[in-house]
Design a protein around this ligand. Structure first.
Ligand SMILES: Cc1ncc(COP(=O)(O)O)c(C=O)c1O
Length: 406
């Protein structure tokens, strides 16, 4: 089977796919390692990784072997029954998060829905009554997903517009402003806080270690759940397995997704004791979450990270890479404001709209992702080599160096 021609693929898309993503100008047909190819045969360095998802690159042989073997063995049974890979993956995650329990789901937004439901249960336990303690404090510019819970936790006009009324109880406070969080977290009515260790969609904004430690202390003092959204920045991306580890904090609950499946949809929440008994039989669930195939994809990712020591490599390789990227500010101070982020989660912050720059980079053979209206976001697979990192710096220098102000 040769598949549709490039023209008919584009026409099918234009005629039949809803317009919520805008018209994609290229159709991707193949991936290998850090590269993808479009339908015309053009090759790109993939430093978008499907928005931080392809943690071990495309078509990694071990991932393909594990997933195809499992596909021929057992794909789906629902959560009416146990399956082996789900238990193994929960154990592997608990080893990294700490003692506690895991519930699987299928996406990032769904993982955050789980955390928000956990917050409601915690609030009920804390107040002794349903509905009396439902407050959740979130950060300005946060992004937590497109479901009603996710949107309610995402204090951005462009996300919420058209969908109100949303869930009540959310308060937004500026990231890294501990005094504002001290004010916003109420001992009586706040059930939880929800924070990205590094904001992704908001423009690659890292929470400082002091801020995270300060919020953790406030939460402990006021019996408020300290919930961390590691959906984009987790699973090795910043050079630690979870980005919050840079601050030395201990969350009560964590949301993860994206890189966990290496391209297969999976999400998860982990909950520390004593909160890991809040969900009892019948209180939460999903048909697909933690199915044998998805859980095997997650196990394959963790096996590759271990076998190839990828988290340590991200930490080590990103030092020189960031230093080279920061030179873009010297090259074009009129265009590039700063370079920020950690490990393989980097924002090149511009003084101009990043969208035309992302388009020009794509033309030059580099896929990146815009973020927050200010950043060209670089999210390479965690096995991107030093040579590939250097090649990307060269493409950025060439495109930004020759950039003509509009
Ligand atoms: C930090 C964060 N939380 C939640 C989400 C939502 O995840 P999903 O798109 O899988 O629903 C995203 C997606 O970009 C994210 O970056």
């Amino acid at each position: 089977m040769s598949g549709p021609s490039p023209d008919s693929a584009a026409a099918n898309y234009a005629a039949n796919v809803a317009h919520n993503y805008g018209a994609p100008p290229i159709t991707l047909v193949k991936g290998q390692g850090t590269h993808v190819w479009d339908a015309s045969g053009k090759r790109y360095l993939d430093f978008a990784s499907g928005i931080a998802v392809n943690a071990v690159g495309h078509a990694h042989p071990h991932w393909v072997k594990r997933v195809t073997e499992q596909a021929g063995k057992l794909v789906h049974v629902s959560n009416l029954y146990r399956n082996e890979p789900q238990g193994e993956l929960a154990q592997a995650l608990a080893r990294r998060c700490g003692p506690g329990r895991v519930i699987f789901c299928n996406s990032g937004a769904e993982a955050n829905e789980g955390l928000l439901k956990l917050a409601r249960l915690h609030g009920q336990r804390k107040a002794g009554a349903e509905g009396a303690c439902i407050g959740v404090v979130v950060a300005e510019k946060a992004f937590h997903g497109r479901t009603f819970g996710g949107m309610s936790a995402t204090p951005q006009e462009k996300i919420q517009k058209g969908f109100r009324p949303l869930l009540s109880g959310f308060t937004a406070a500026p990231l890294n402003d501990l005094a504002a969080w001290d004010k916003a977290i109420d001992a009586k009515t706040t059930a939880a806080v929800l924070i990205e260790s590094i904001q992704g969609e908001g423009g690659v904004n890292p929470a400082t270690p002091e801020f995270l430690r300060g919020v953790e202390q406030l939460c402990r003092a006021r019996n408020v759940l300290f919930m961390i959204d590691e959906i984009q920045c987790g699973i090795g991306r910043t050079g630690k397995f979870f980005a919050y580890e840079h601050a030395g904090v201990k969350p009560d609950a964590i949301a993860m997704a994206k890189g966990l499946g290496g391209g297969f949809p999976i999400g998860a929440i982990w909950m520390a004791p004593p909160h890991d008994d809040l969900f009892q039989a019948g209180s939460h669930g999903t048909t697909f979450g933690g199915g044998p195939l998805a859980a095997t994809a997650g196990l394959a990712v963790l096996e590759i990270l271990e076998a190839e020591q990828l988290v340590a490599k991200v930490a080590e390789r990103s030092v020189a890479w960031h230093a080279e990227l920061r030179k873009l500010v010297e090259l074009r101070p009129d265009l590039v404001k700063e370079v920020r982020g950690a490990g393989y989660m980097v924002g090149v912050i511009l003084h101009v709209d990043p969208l035309p720059v992302v388009a020009a980079l794509r033309e030059a053979g580099l896929l990146t992702a815009p973020a927050g209206g200010v950043a060209v976001r670089l999210l390479p697979p965690l096995n991107a080599s030093p040579e590939e990192l250097a090649e990307v710096v060269a493409i950025l220098r060439q495109v930004l160096g020759g950039w003509k102000a509009a």
